[in-house]
Ligand binder design. Structure first.
Ligand code: ZN
Length: 418
């Protein structure tokens, strides 16, 4: 099997939540010799050193320092660790006509209809009291299918195929147990799963579809799976920085909370990246000069042309799956790409014989955005937004092309080494 595809699928299986994606990335960085730094401690970074630091176990920054310790600027790679989904409410246990159900909030711009009739599991981060009374946290993944949101039979809603408005409060409650079974208690269930836990205090838990990613199509040209937006880019970035040899300084930033606007201390609108840069380059002038010499490659999936809905794209800016990396441009600055950054990127693609395509939204539609503009604004760096073309963005199951994944890994490596 194609190597990046195999690697991506293993990464996806390890990463049902942003916490797990961060842990999966850290595992790979450690194997590549990266050393942990803690924000609560003082740092003494060395020339040629490779480091990583996390915030909340859900955002991650990793960097390789050149002999100038970053003064000559960084080649940045950015992506986001989170994906739209269903987040369990703090007091989620519900008795629905005797059934054990778990109340959820919708996290991000979910294509709600895709969550019906899927075998769901639960994963995330749990905070608990241990037997000595100390507060601890642990990542947890139940792995087994434990819940389902059943559709209503067509006979009971004849107009279902004409479309209906989904009320998430009423209709999107996963069912965990049948009427007559024991009264549900999620915290008690979690406490049993965590060794040494006396009591579970709280959690950040998400439902996720247990069906794993797979190769798809007559010629196995596609990859289907959950959370391809944006774990495809996270995976490629981790591969690239892991393979980076000290020369130019390189930095990867993977932020949580992109799907809900990035406005948290782990999100791209927070100060995580800025604070890391301040530690590495404490003098404002050094930092200013370094940022002026830096380039930020912000990677997030792009809308690939859907053969059944081709009219939703501008014909001349309609990237196809398998057709190469997508350069995203928006006059309203929803993407940071400008002529200069796009030109540099195109010339690198041409050198490496990596195909690229262009995306610009139809003039009568509103454009989405990503971490690029937030980061560029915060640290004052030039860059561009790119990504692999994707079908069904924000569905519980998305599709990308094997070829495009390979291009992304290759391009990111070249980008860091340039
Ligand atoms: Zn995304």
């Amino acid at each position: 099997m194609n190597q990046p595809a195999q690697g991506l699928m293993a990464f996806l299986n390890e990463s049902p939540t942003p916490f797990h994606a961060t842990a999966a990335a850290i595992g790979r960085l450690k194997e590549a010799g990266f050393v942990e730094l803690q924000e609560a401690e003082s740092w003494n970074p060395k020339k040629g050193g490779k480091y990583w630091v996390t915030r909340n176990d859900s955002s991650l920054i990793a960097f390789v320092l050149g002999s100038d310790l970053g003064k000559g600027g960084f080649r940045f790679l950015g992506a986001h660790t989170d994906s739209p989904g269903l987040k369990v409410k703090p007091r989620g246990d519900e008795d629905k006509k005797g059934h054990w159900a778990l109340g959820v909030e919708v996290y991000g711009g979910v294509l709600l209809a895709t969550w019906f009739d899927r075998d769901l599991s639960i994963a995330g981060k749990v905070c608990y009291l241990d037997r000595k009374g100390a507060t601890q946290t642990q990542l947890l993944d139940l792995k087994e299918p434990v819940g389902i949101i059943p559709n209503l039979a067509i006979h009971l809603r004849r107009e279902a195929n004409d479309g209906w408005k989904i009320n998430p409060q009423k209709e999107l409650t996963p069912v965990l147990g049948l009427a007559g079974a024991d009264k549900g208690d999620l915290k008690a269930l979690l406490a049993k799963k965590i060794k040494g836990a006396k009591e579970v205090l709280d959690f950040d838990l998400f439902f996720y579809p247990v069906e794993g990613p797979r190769l798809m199509g007559i010629n196995k040209e596609m990859i289907t799976g959950a959370r391809l937006d944006n774990l495809v880019s996270c995976f490629a970035a981790v591969q690239a920085i892991s393979a980076h040899r000290p020369g130019p300084s390189a930095m990867m930033v993977l932020n949580d909370h992109e799907e809900v606007g990035s406005g948290s201390f782990t999100g791209a609108a927070g100060n995580f990246l800025e604070s890391v840069l301040e530690r590495l380059l404490p003098q404002p002038e050094d930092r200013g000069r370094a940022m002026a010499a830096s380039h930020f490659l912000s990677a997030d999936n792009a809308h690939g042309l859907h053969p059944n809905y081709a009219e939703m794209h501008d014909e001349r800016h309609a990237p196809v799956l398998g057709g190469g990396l997508v350069i995203k441009t928006n006059a309203g600055q929803s993407y940071i790409t400008d002529a200069e950054s796009s030109g540099r990127f195109q010339s690198l693609c041409k050198d490496k014989k990596i195909p690229f395509q262009h995306f610009a939204i139809r003039a009568d539609l509103r454009c989405g955005s990503t971490i690029g503009p937030l980061t560029a604004r915060r640290i004052g760096v030039r860059g561009l937004d790119i990504g692999v073309p994707n079908w069904a963005m924000h569905s519980a199951r998305e599709t990308v092309a094997v070829k495009d994944l390979g291009y992304l890994v290759e391009l990111m490596q070249a980008w860091l080494g340039e």
